[in-house]
Design a protein around this ligand. Structure first.
Ligand code: AHR
Length: 562
């Protein structure tokens, strides 16, 4: 007996599941020829819960970097570009649709150079200051001395908090640990959270902001403290972290502190920091531990130098497609490895993992304007990367408490590109739109078996993971999301549901036959999700289906269970 016949037989006769007779299409479908080419299998174990998918996994990151804030988020109150209190309206509207759970601000590396006091009070009295990124080597040729280099401080704390409120996101503020004192941090918390009428700072905020306080819960204690956040050793950073987080009044808010965790898979940073913190039994002061993982092409050989080996955002060779997705997929084992090291000291896993910078990072050249430092295009390859990463977070729903893609607009893997009055949704946005339904749902275990696409890495044979994805359950509604990272081959999968029956199925897909496809101001709708038919097969007696996943695709299948 062929493996496929065996599996179909097992699925149909598995005993657990009887197909509902309410399928309108059952008769018709039973006469349809069975696909002959299933080479993959997806098992959904409906009874095996991993944990709740924290809505905060669907977080975003906005840094005062190039065109993110100025030109991206902030257009100014007097602008002709439609805005709400200076914030780009088209951005607010598009964000509302995808339910952004959290927005991180003001950096990034910028955060450890930022004095929040420069960004409050009357806008015409705010100082101009040098931006952390002013001297970056990646500035596109001819970039003027705009606000990306010389900060105008027109977008400050009140504006950020308003942006969060308008989009329904929780604010997540990164404190300056490298160049300000702990006292400045406490006062920033006071400025944000203290109710009007209590202190001078609270009254100052109430002039433009919330009277009762903005209830900012999430606070990053520095950023990349191993690098631009201070070049600390883990032990030095642990001491600073303790000083910053000891006895901070929350003004009725249960403050959630996030420590600056490792660069990718640096387990030594995590182990030494946790060990040092534990000497003073201070693990309890931490809510989350932030890991950053960027993916860049490594055409022509691997390198750990972040300035080397970056590929082009749009004009890539086949090898670069595979390499980038392979690099992105490493986040899966990084999460497990970091979690295990955290557990050596934090035995009950009180502290959650926070992946608050992730995404693709390419060399300059595809930015839509020369003021957009680190701006880049986003193609179908980035969409697959986004789906693959979000699925990974779901599969680690017991570990990952928050995440933020870097960055929201006009920078690295963005959901939006904007310049003056032009605005476009990238394929990465569409993946967030397709996937946001998973927020707050129960992640359930899935087992994917699929051939590994093969390629040549610097002349040597190599492979990447094949079909992969995740599933979540909400009462009788199950959502399966799947990426096919294979740029050349479709894969047909037998999707077997264990512990439930399917009443109906529908789906949507983002894919392209052009692996370089992307949206632009001129062609904004080249890539957008399409609805797809997801037929059920009577022969599988409601326990599963066969589905073909086209090359380079991101698919969502919604199953209504019986
Ligand atoms: O996202 C760009 C930069 O990458 C951030 O400022 C920093 O935290 C990281 O190195």
């Amino acid at each position: 007996m062929k493996r496929r016949d065996f599996m179909l037989g097992a699925m149909a006769g598995g005993g657990a599941l009887v197909m509902s007779k309410t399928f309108a299409t059952e008769k018709l479908l039973s006469f349809m020829p069975r696909p002959q080419a299933a080479d993959s299998r997806i098992e959904i174990l409906a009874a095996e819960s991993i944990g709740t998918i924290a809505p905060e996994i669907y977080g975003h990151f906005t840094e005062h970097l190039g065109g993110v804030i100025y030109d991206g988020v902030w257009v100014g109150e007097d602008s002709k570009i439609p805005n709400v209190a200076g914030i780009r309206k088209s951005l607010i509207d598009a964000l509302l649709k995808i339910k952004p759970s959290v927005i991180r601000w003001p950096g990034g590396c910028f955060a450890d150079s930022y004095n929040w006091r420069n960004g409050i009070g009357p806008k015409n009295t705010r100082p101009r200051t040098t931006n952390f990124w002013a001297g970056a080597s990646e500035w596109p040729k001819g970039a003027p001395n705009g606000p990306g280099k010389y900060e105008t401080n027109q977008f400050g704390t009140d504006d950020f908090l308003r942006f969060c409120k308008l989009t329904g996101a929780q604010p997540y503020i990164a404190a300056n640990l490298r160049s300000l004192n702990a006292k400045d941090f406490y006062e920033w918390v006071e400025y944000c959270n203290s109710p009007a009428g209590t202190t001078s700072l609270a009254d100052l905020r109430a002039v433009k902001g919330e009277k009762d306080g903005a209830n900012v819960r999430f606070w990053g204690i520095g950023n990349e403290s191993w690098g631009c956040g201070g070049n600390f050793t883990p032990e030095e950073y642990a001491a600073e972290y303790r000083r910053f987080t000891a006895w901070v009044p929350g003004y009725g808010v249960n403050l959630a502190f996030v420590g600056a965790g490792p660069n990718g898979g640096d387990l030594d940073w995590t182990r030494r920091f946790f060990t040092k913190l534990n000497e003073r039994r201070a693990i309890g002061s931490m809510w989350g531990w932030a890991m950053h993982h960027y993916s860049w092409n490594v055409s022509g050989g691997r390198t750990n130098d972040w300035r080397e080996g970056k590929g082009d955002a749009v004009n890539y060779q086949d090898e670069e497609w595979y390499e980038l997705l392979h690099e992105a997929d490493r986040v899966d084992s990084m999460i497990s490895d970091c979690w295990n090291v955290m557990g050596e000291i934090d035995r009950t896993h009180r502290v959650k993992l926070v992946v608050d910078e992730w995404g693709a990072w390419y060399k300059p050249g595809s930015e839509v304007d020369n003021t957009h430092l680190l701006g880049q295009q986003s193609t179908i390859r980035d969409a697959v990367l986004a789906g693959q990463t979000l699925d990974t977070f779901h599969r680690h729903a017991d570990k990952v408490g928050m995440a933020a893609i870097a960055q929201l607009v006009n920078c690295l893997q963005s959901l939006f590109l904007a310049h003056e009055d032009k605005f476009v949704l990238t394929p990465t946005y569409h993946v967030f739109d397709m996937y946001s339904v998973h927020q707050g749902k129960k992640a359930i275990r899935t087992v994917f078996s699929s051939p590994r696409p093969s390629y040549t890495r610097s002349g040597q044979p190599a492979t990447i993971r094949g079909l992969n994805g995740s599933a979540s359950l909400d009462e009788r509604r199950l959502v399966l999301t799947v990426t096919n990272p294979d740029p050349k081959a479709a894969h047909e999968a037998e999707i077997a549901l264990r512990g439930a029956t399917v009443r109906s199925a529908k789906g949507m897909r983002l894919s392209s036959t052009d692996i370089h496809a992307h949206n632009s101001f001129a062609e904004p709708n080249k890539l957008a999700p399409q609805t797809i038919d997801v037929p059920l097969l009577a022969s599988l007696r409601g326990s599963g289906l066969l589905h073909t996943f086209p090359p380079a695709s991101v698919t969502r299948i919604d199953l209504e269970l019986g």
